[in-house]
Write a protein that binds this ligand. Sequence first.
Ligand SMILES: [Zn+2]
Length: 322
Amino acid sequence: MIKLGLALAVLASIAPAASARAELYHLIPGRVPLDWQGPDGNSIIFDAPNGLIVIDTGRSPMHAQAIIDYARARRRPIAAILNSHWHLDHTTGNADLRALYPKADVYATTAIEGALVGFLGRGRAQADKLLADPKTPEGQKAQMLRGRDRIDHPDKLRPTRPILRSARMTIAGRTFDVRVAPFAASEADLWLYDRRTKVAVVGDLVVDIVPFMDSACPDGWARALTEIEKVPFRTLIPGHGAPMSRADFGQWKLAYENLLKCGRSTADKASCVAGWRHDAARFIDEAHQQYASEAAEYYIDTRLRSSAAEQQKYCKPLTASS
Ligand SMILES: [Zn+2]
């Protein structure tokens, strides 16, 4: 019931914006279920002369299928895939799409290499433990195997067109400002700005419920938000959650900066969590209230109040060490 309710809530909040702006972009909203399924990132689809451009491909088979169904309904091929960052809730579907559209190039930074050295390897070991546990539900096992397949065959995650620096680029015949944000939500995040529609697509540099800081460099992330603010976007699509106006983004940025400030001060942790809940209130739906608090507390502990070395862990290249 929770799962269905959540899915409906997400759809209800996204659908009007998506249909009203269908001529600008198509959004396939990623769900953030609170059980073992884990989140799907949002997917954004732009029309280009050579076919469709898909930004982020989700984690679950259902999400990848929704992208494929859209391409089929439009009778247009998927010409290119962009990944905002390597997290598996944004990249797992790459292989599903490329199985049907093998000519689709994948544009991403090379941060996946650092992730393969440590983060994803550790994730694989955890998955192995759950796979060996007879109490793990079958659905969860299927998902673990899907994720493990990507880690074991990293060419399913790697870019075919690595992007190393910010540039104005033509992809599938359509031109975008493609920006690299170093040491932000991941070792190098990709975001883009479309001058034609004034739409910015920023991946997990903006996430409605809480900033997912598992592989984050908090200060690099703050710098990326300042860069995004300089761009004259009208609509910003976050990695998770509904499209935002400039005012929404300004509020989210403020909430992020306050979380960093409070998290690094001597203030009571509960007050920092309450501060996040207050500042980001408009972005946290009913179903995710408790999760937002727990996650904010977790990220304060791990990224803002841990040892100096741990806090800086993701602020340097990861390929040399885990
Ligand atoms: Zn994500």
